[in-house]
Design a protein around this ligand. Sequence first.
Ligand SMILES: [Zn+2]
Length: 284
Amino acid sequence: MKKREIAALGFQKLESNLQCPICSADLNVVDSNRLVCVNRHSYDLAKQGYVNMLQKQVSSMYDQDLFDARYNIILVHNLYKIIHQKIADIINALPNENHLIFDAGSGEGSHLSSIIKLVDKDNTHGVGLDISKDGVLLASKNYSHENWVVGDLRHTPFKESSIDVILSYLSPANYEEFHRILKPNGILIKVIPGSKYLKEIREALAGDSQEYENTDTLELLRNKVDVISEERITYEVELDDSALKDLIKMTPLGWHVIQQEVRDFTETSSKIITVDLHIIQAQF
Ligand SMILES: [Zn+2]
């Protein structure tokens, strides 16, 4: 089966949860190649299987290189394996068997796809949305089990109370929209950096030995949602030079530094890198 047909079947299963991001009318799959509402807003499925729902395309600082690096770090070097398992454990402990999991800011899709592989439920379906077409294109090329949308977090294509789990993984949140689309008993899983997250890169490249401050993000979160659980997970991994190059490419910390500093940092057989993340489970 072609990728577009597989994606059309996935969207068809989701139809009762979907709405037009422009007018909020019901959205239906037509001819296995597009999603259409009664007001004739139409969104084509690309041959790779994703659907583009952005009214205006945005240019993003996240390009193909960055997403390739992100794919390598997540899938090849397995940097977040422990975090993925923790998130899957949270989902596995939920009472229902049916779960619609929405990754808000899914990038090139590897977090969502990896987590869903670890979820032990009969009926789980994942949808990832990102504003970057490059990221979503890569996601749809690599992962056919999930559905992928280029879209705006402020106007997601979901009805009220339609999502069981929202994942917001090192990505900006839109709490109003999350509140609208999450089921009353649904949960938000938010991953935010801890103070020691990638500290070795910060120290080497930015000359910044101060700890990363995440108190603003945590405060905002606590004001917007009811925190059910919060776990801080800190571990060290040894990365080789090719992994270090990928890590620098995918992190905002690497964007503004001069090339020589990047070379100095990666010209080594390996380095210990600290991962320090908070996994927060919340409800509205
Ligand atoms: Zn419409």
